[in-house]
Design a protein around this ligand. Structure first.
Ligand code: F6P
Length: 500
């Protein structure tokens, strides 16, 4: 990354509007379109020589080869010695036997999922509860909210993720046990939250015949009483946070229909095709990733805001928090050495225009610069053009204000500007454009990980907390067994306060 330092100094020494004014064809030179999605990087603090240096980094780090390795099913997840074949769930672009077999398995699983959904449709079931957490929850939630205009209303879908019993009891009060089906989504089938919620639901429903499961641990699901014909597979070659495209999307396919689900996959496949075939300099995922690396390593920005200007995408920041932070929150390389530079930023954000009235003040005038991804939708799916025009005007105004700022004699009223952002525009919010958008982020994450030499497909950091929680589950009733003195004291405090 040292090669980026002189470029960073030069770009930081200039205001963003000057940099833009110096390059008359900057919009064209920094904008890429893939299918229904257009991304403009003109307002990043990157001049042409810096962009060339970044491409050189990508070449040196073997990004093109790494993309080929991902698609072909090489064991890119080295700590677990596995491929990461989420692309095979939606695309048939690879020639290796392992990737082709994965693609065939995925198609077969989708056919079985369609049958199960047909059976549910023909039943009395009115409500489906998706029981799962993290990657077994967030993608389906995001998709159902984003595509709610396409919901014909056959099923109401609910999500039960946290182990907090208030969530389950609040949900169950609204449902009829005789008309509810549950989909237990857990790759491992050992996630405590999901198993406990499943147990609560099972006792409440009093029957097993409306329980479906999606898991890579079929034996465990069977041992918990779920019939084999209602278990859909996952595979160790798909990471949980990359699994929306598998039967993990059961509730999406059930609510919106298989045809909509297939369109979501087709949108992701279109992005796959682009990422697999486009040269580095015209590759959208590579460009998005290089901008992220630049902001993190060359300019030293710690966080990144995701700002969809569409209420239906309000969950996108939460989805990307898992995708990016579980994938890139690493400080050791795939080879086990310390990473010599900063890796993934903290991802946060929210939907516009609400966020303009909460955290935007800090983004405009705070002491930290936060790079941003704005996401806008050209065509609305409601009948109020006035509102859509106002929404787009706000989107454009904010991005412009962040970039250009405004001088002021009074420092309290001056806008520094030069706050970098990327503008991603979708023609409309459709299954295809959503699929392409999510796949873009997946690929960008992979390219960033390649540049940093880290593994974006494992998550060892979450294991310690899980193990301790299992131990402390017992210690809450017998504090003396807790090893840590502060935890012991806190358990005592909780016990005293829990007494009525
Ligand atoms: O948070 C850790 C994690 O393993 C995630 O990676 C995963 O998406 C989530 O838990 C749920 O895991 P599972 O699908 O195995 O229940």
């Amino acid at each position: 990354m040292a090669r980026l330092a002189p470029h960073a100094a030069r770009n930081l020494g200039r205001r963003l509007p000057e940099l833009i004014a110096d390059e008359p064809d900057r919009f064209a030179a920094t904008t890429l379109r893939v299918g229904p999605l257009l991304a403009c990087f003109a307002r990043q603090r990157i001049d042409a020589p810096a962009a060339a240096a970044l491409r050189e980094v990508a070449r040196e780090r073997g990004v093109a080869e790494a993309i080929a390795a991902l698609f072909e099913g090489e064991p890119v997840n080295r700590s677990e010695n596995r491929p990461a074949l989420h692309t095979a769930l939606r695309s048939d672009l690879a020639s290796s036997a392992v990737a082709r077999a994965a693609h065939a398995q995925a198609r077969e699983a989708r056919a079985r999922m369609a049958q199960q959904i047909d059976a549910l449709r023909a039943s009395e079931v009115t409500d489906i509860v998706n029981v799962g957490i993290g990657g077994s929850d967030l993608g389906a939630r995001l998709t159902l909210e984003a595509l709610r205009e396409l919901d014909p209303g056959r099923f109401r879908v609910h999500f039960l993720s946290t182990v907090d019993g208030h969530a389950a009891s609040h949900l169950l009060r609204q449902l009829d046990p005789a008309r509810t089906a549950a989909v237990l989504v857990s790759k491992s089938f050992s996630t405590r939250e999901t198993l406990l919620n499943a147990q609560v639901l099972r006792e409440w429903m009093g029957a097993d015949d409306r329980f479906h499961a999606v898991t890579a641990n079929v034996d465990r699901a069977r041992s918990l009483g779920i019939a084999a014909e209602r278990i859909l597979p996952m595979w160790d070659w798909v990471g949980g946070r990359y699994s929306l495209w598998s039967a993990v999307g059961f509730s999406v396919a059930a609510a919106l229909g298989m045809e909509v689900f297939e369109r979501l996959l087709a949108g992701a496949a279109q992005m796959d095709e682009h990422v697999r075939r486009a040269p580095l300099e015209a590759n959208l995922a590579v460009r998005h990733a290089l901008v992220a690396v630049w902001n993190r390593n060359a300019l030293g920005y710690d966080t990144h805001a995701v700002l969809p200007y569409d209420a239906r995408l309000a969950r996108l920041p939460a989805y990307l928090q898992q995708l990016v932070m579980e994938s890139l929150g690493k400080s050791a390389t795939q080879a086990g050495a310390p990473v010599p530079c900063a890796t993934g930023p903290v991802i946060w954000g929210g939907a516009g225009t609400d966020v303009q009235h909460s955290f935007f003040q800090s983004l405009h005038q705070g002491t930290d610069t936060v790079p941003m991804d704005f996401i806008g939708i050209a065509r609305a799916d409601h009948g109020s053009p006035v509102q859509h025009r106002a929404l787009l005007a706000n989107l454009l105004a904010q991005a412009e204000a962040f970039a250009n700022g405004a001088p002021g004699a009074d420092p309290q009223r001056a806008y520094p500007g030069s706050r970098p952002s990327t503008m991603i525009l979708l023609d409309a919010l459709t299954p295809e454009s959503l699929g392409a958008l999510v796949a873009l982020y997946e690929h960008s994450v992979y390219v960033q990980a390649t540049i940093w030499g880290i593994n974006p497909f494992d998550q060892w950091g979450v294991e310690l907390g899980k193990r301790l929680a299992a131990d402390l589950d017992t210690a809450i009733d017998s504090p003396e067994s807790a090893a840590d003195p502060i935890t012991r004291a806190l358990i005592e405090a909780l016990r005293q306060r829990a007494r009525p």
